[in-house]
Design a protein around this ligand. Structure first.
Ligand code: SAM
Length: 302
């Protein structure tokens, strides 16, 4: 009887401590990268979608890596509508916080098809890879700034940063001696293999709150989706990022900022489009009710 109760206790503990069976199999990302380089592009789409799905459950530095094919179609539509009048070749496109680049690739394909332009895209993301630390059966994944993300033994993974007061994760993190004993074992790329092999997309590890001097006046279109959300960052930081975006655009270049809201069963894109006009941004269009940070963009440079 005591053994059964003990077992019940352990199972309940495992469930509430968020130990999960393979729900964030980061090694599978490596496998998919290799697999995808071997097969024909038209067979690759389902594996590329699986790559993005694995990423959706991963949180790094307070934001999720969630992304997926076709989720930013409204942003692509407004960009095409307004870019057609100011067509420049090639179209230099910056996708800020583009995660694994799936949406960057979507945008590149849509721009090529609808605008008949060459596209040079830059995907800037704070976390394009994770670090791997291993010893025997244990693998721990950390961000490039050493934030612990997940530890795995065989099929069992324990999230180390899901924001809850997870006692088991805390106990593991307190084992500093053990964690020091783990050895660096390379990196896990978080960029979708389909994106890695598209030569029109370059991936840049960077932070939207730090100015990139090489980006000054370089982009015709900048998109920021599901990153500059009021729930993620305080207003002064968002204002700083808006200043950098202004600096990165050419005169009359387009800026689109959006957020996907879950409304019952469907995701709705809520965003706005502006053009750079001298020192300011000029509002062009809203979709899905507009961007939640619209007033911050329109008050810029104040
Ligand atoms: C929710 S995903 C959005 C992905 C994509 N834009 C979309 O809408 O499908 C947010 C991305 O922003 C990145 N990110 C978080 N903080 C960032 C920062 N300060 N600078 C640049 N990228 C950042 C994350 O690594 C993550 O890939």
């Amino acid at each position: 009887m005591r053994i059964v109760r003990r077992l019940q206790y352990v199972v309940a503990k495992l469930q509430c401590e968020k130990i999960r069976l393979h729900d964030a199999d980061l090694e599978r990302l490596d496998f998919l990268s290799k697999e995808l380089s071997l097969i024909a592009p038209y067979l690759a789409e389902p594996l590329a979608s699986e790559f993005s799905k694995i990423l959706a459950g991963i949180r790094v530095g307070g934001t999720y890596k969630t992304t997926g094919r076709g989720r930013l179609q409204a942003t692509e539509r407004v960009i095409c509508d307004y870019y057609a009048d100011r067509l420049r070749h090639p179209l230099n496109f910056l996708d800020l916080g583009g995660s694994d680049g799936t949406t960057t690739l979507d945008a590149v394909r849509v721009f090529r098809r609808k605008l008949c332009v060459d596209v040079k895209a830059c995907l800037l993301d704070l976390h394009p890879w994770l670090l791997r630390y291993c010893r025997g059966p244990v693998t721990e994944y950390r961000s490039r700034f050493e934030e612990p993300i997940l530890v795995r033994i065989g099929k069992w993974g324990l999230r180390l940063n899901d924001g809850s007061d997870d006692a088991l994760a805390q106990k593991y993190l307190q084992m500093a001696w053990f964690r020091r004993w783990l050895k660096r074992g390379g990196e896990v790329k978080l960029v979708n293999p389909l994106v890695q092999r598209d030569s029109s997309i370059t991936v840049h590890a960077g932070n939207c709150f730090y100015r990139e001097p090489a980006f000054e006046g370089r982009f015709d279109v900048v998109r920021v989706s599901n990153l500059l959300n009021l729930s993620y960052f305080p207003k002064p930081e968002i204002r700083t990022a808006i200043g950098h975006l202004h600096n990165y655009l050419v005169e009359d270049g387009l800026l689109v900022i959006s957020r996907n809201d879950q409304r019952e069963e469907t995701e709705v894109e809520c965003g706005s489009l502006w053009e750079k006009s001298g020192e300011r941004f000029r509002h062009l269009e809203d979709f899905g009710g507009g961007s939640e940070i619209k007033s911050l963009v329109e008050k810029y440079p104040a």
